[in-house]
Design a binder for this molecule. Sequence first.
Ligand code: ATR
Length: 269
Amino acid sequence: MTDHYAVLGNPVAHSMSPAIHAFFAANLGDDISYDRLLVEEGNFDATASGFLANGRGCNVTVPCKGDAFRFADTLSEYAKTALAVNTLKKLDDGRIYGDNTDGRGFVADLKFKGVSLNGARVLILGAGGAARGILKPVLDEKPGEVVIANRTLSKAQELQKLFGSVVKAQSTETVRDGFDLVINATSASLSGSLPAIDPGVLSRSRRACDLMYSQNGETIFTEFARKQGCPEVFDGFGMLIMQAALSYELWRGIMPDFEVALKHFRKNS
Ligand code: ATR
């Protein structure tokens, strides 16, 4: 019998999730369907309930991750700290479980790339949903220091208060040091702009990455970091595949071969 899954969001037309999950399922010989469901404003609960009446689980994307957080009957620790859900699963007793695989997907991709956060000095640019979503999985790796730099300092300070002493808040333009890893978690790339970070920070840092991804692997931020001479630069494409693989594992109890998927989609995207 076919198991039904979907991605809910607005827009969803360009979501790669249906192709990624179809690829996982084909490799594993699983019989699944995976649809796109456009959520009209204020319609998340009805759309999710309607789908989950028969569906076994769904992914949730922008701008519905907060709605999914409120909708779920029970939440993972990752969802609780992120205040956002990207994966819903219907449990055997009919209740809906909400998880967030974005941050774990990010850390899994770092590990796959051979990047260890243990003891590392990390700079996170941005203090919105994306930054919040990666913070627990990043801190679980025991970095030496995490500086959160944001255009609006107060938002970074809120995260500092919540996440404790390893986390330090700063205004973006006051950051001068180099870091082991600079993470762009702002949504600036979406509008083709850059956070107001001193270019010297990227010259002095060992690695830089964007949580955003693009077809050719470059975002405005990765290009900027490369231009400043940062030796290792990557976009969020690996994170995209990893978060999908973790959702698949949550739903079906088996981890897809993300390495094969990564190669396939990077080549064909
Ligand atoms: P969400 O929480 O939905 O991810 P958000 O709360 O708007 O979105 O957060 C987006 C993040 O990107 C914020 O840290 C935002 O900075 P502010 O808190 O100062 O608004 C940051 N951001 C967005 N566009 C930016 C830009 N052009 N330059 C610098 N930071 C930007």
